[in-house]
Design a protein around this ligand. Sequence first.
Ligand SMILES: CC1=C(CCC(=O)O)c2cc3nc(cc4[nH]c(cc5[nH]c(cc1n2)c(C)c5CCC(=O)O)c(CCC(=O)O)c4C)C(CCC(=O)O)=C3C
Ligand SMILES: [Fe+2]
Length: 355
Amino acid sequence: MSDSSKDGSAFDALLFLSFGGPDKPEDVRPFLENVTRGRGVPPERLDEVVEHYLHFGGVSPINRLNLDMIDALGSELDRRGRTDLPIYFGNRNWHPLVEDTVSTMVDDGHRRILVFPTSAWGGYSGCRQYHEDIAAALPESSDLLLRKLPHFAEEPAFRGAVADAVRAAFGGFEDGPAPRLVFTAHSIPESADRAAGPASDGGYLYSRQVAAASAAVAEAVGADDFDVVWQSRSGPPQVPWLEPDICDHLRALSDDGVTRVVVCPIGFISDHLEVVWDLDSEAADVAAELGMEYVRVPTAGTSARFIALVADLVERYVDGGGDLTVLGCGDNGTACRPDCCVPVRRPGKATADSR
Ligand SMILES: CC1=C(CCC(=O)O)c2cc3nc(cc4[nH]c(cc5[nH]c(cc1n2)c(C)c5CCC(=O)O)c(CCC(=O)O)c4C)C(CCC(=O)O)=C3C
Ligand SMILES: [Fe+2]
């Protein structure tokens, strides 16, 4: 652990920062408008996604799952004797919104705040935009310090927690052919992937991190063959996004004679809507049509091993120490590198981005 950044002061609260999701049907449209403002997502795609949420009564599971994680994390920190670090919940796109949460934290007297974002990855949506959320939540002039914790894609305990869940899924099959292991993460525009990461490393940080974490999990479970595919794309069809899509890939596997798949949503830490709809409904339907046995692995977020990892990350930084040079880490919304995970302008959307 590098001590170079240590300034002697401990942090006095933790902000658990996530994506957000609707809590009732009336929230769905305004939530989606927050997510896609200035992003060139076609209105027909939004209409489709509204329907996905309405299949669940207009309630995304994401808020309850985040609150479950916060509960478990609070107990774990207590168990470690860290009883002095209250955890607050804030989101980018829906209530409780991060700016309201930060203002409550300030009212409660907190000035040095660690931030745990619920994304493992680099890239605009998973990293840079969380920095922007932090910057936007800062009061005009203040003595606040909000320090964002780094990406956890490389953490052995993250990979281990995912591997535990994959192993359990493999254990559920009767004798027969070994199932094909398929990892999936949120697709992003190819241009956004090229812009992800420090430019000095050639970009592509997001797809590289997903591929490396998937390979490590496959190795841990002893799977020689595995695939990394993408899900939930939303841009206009003429804009290239990361491929193959999970549903197309299931068809290709079936053509190759594969009859059993284990699908692991390594890209996410909770079974939120993109998991319970896009995988448990859409992809599962495709697999059923193809006559494939299909098992979806639970996400790692509420496992004891994952919660212990978050507690470890917090403890690494909470006393003012910890390495500030690792990717994803930054203070008050200043990204880890000026050229890291820069936003990409969408074609035809050069100036409409302000929010
Ligand atoms: C990389 C990535 C992550 C993983 C990292 C992280 O976790 O942060 C992620 C997570 C999530 N994405 C989510 C939901 C949505 N994402 C959308 C749209 C988009 N996601 C993108 C990327 C990512 N997204 C992108 C490039 C877009 C296009 C618009 C844009 O350029 O920004 C849309 C708009 C409609 C649509 O087109 O689907 C929705 C509703 C939910 C919540 C689910 C729930 O409510 O339970 C979560 C956790
Ligand atoms: Fe998304």
